[in-house]
Write a protein that binds this ligand. Structure first.
Ligand SMILES: [Zn+2]
Length: 122
C-alpha cells in the first residue's frame, strides 16, 4: 500500500512471515519462511524452518523441499506460526525444566541470518 514504510518482514494471512530483501537494483524480493515438521515427527522431536516456494504453505499434503539446514522434511508439513526473530530465539533456547530444544540449531542460525539481513538497510 502506498505511503506505508517498507517493512522487513510481516505476517501473512497464513500466519507466517515474509522476508523482504532488496537486490542491488533496489528491487524488492520476498522470501517466505515457515516452521515445519518432518513427516516422522516425534513428540519430543525438533522443528525445522524451510523457505516456502511457489508451492505456498503446506499444512498437509507434503513439503516438496528440504529445510534450511538441509534436513529432509519432504512430505512433512508447515506450522501455522510466524517465523520472527523472537520466535526463533525462543524455540532455539533450551526449555526450562528439561533443557529440551524445540528448534533445529542449523535452521535457527540460517533463519536468523536471513531475518538479520532483511533488517539491514542497504
Ligand atoms: Zn533444520
Amino acid at each position: 500500500m502506498a505511503g506505508q514504510p517498507p517493512r522487513t518482514y510481516r505476517a501473512t494471512e497464513e500466519g507466517c512471515v515474509t522476508v523482504i530483501r532488496r537486490s542491488s537494483k533496489d528491487i524488492a524480493t520476498e522470501r517466505v519462511l515457515a516452521f515445519c515438521e518432518p513427516v516422522h515427527a516425534r513428540p519430543m522431536g525438533q522443528e525445522h524452518i524451510r523457505e516456502v516456494g511457489p508451492e505456498g504453505f503446506k499444512y498437509g499434503g507434503g513439503i516438496p523441499v528440504a529445510a534450511l539446514c538441509g534436513f529432509n522434511v519432504v512430505m512433512g508439513w508447515d506450522m501455522q506460526r510466524p517465523v520472527t526473530p523472537e520466535a526463533v530465539k525462543t524455540l532455539a533456547a533450551p526449555r526450562a525444566g528439561d533443557g529440551h530444544v524445540w528448534l533445529c540449531g542449523g535452521c535457527a542460525s540460517e533463519a536468523l541470518l536471513l531475518l538479520d539481513r532483511a533488517d539491514a538497510k542497504s
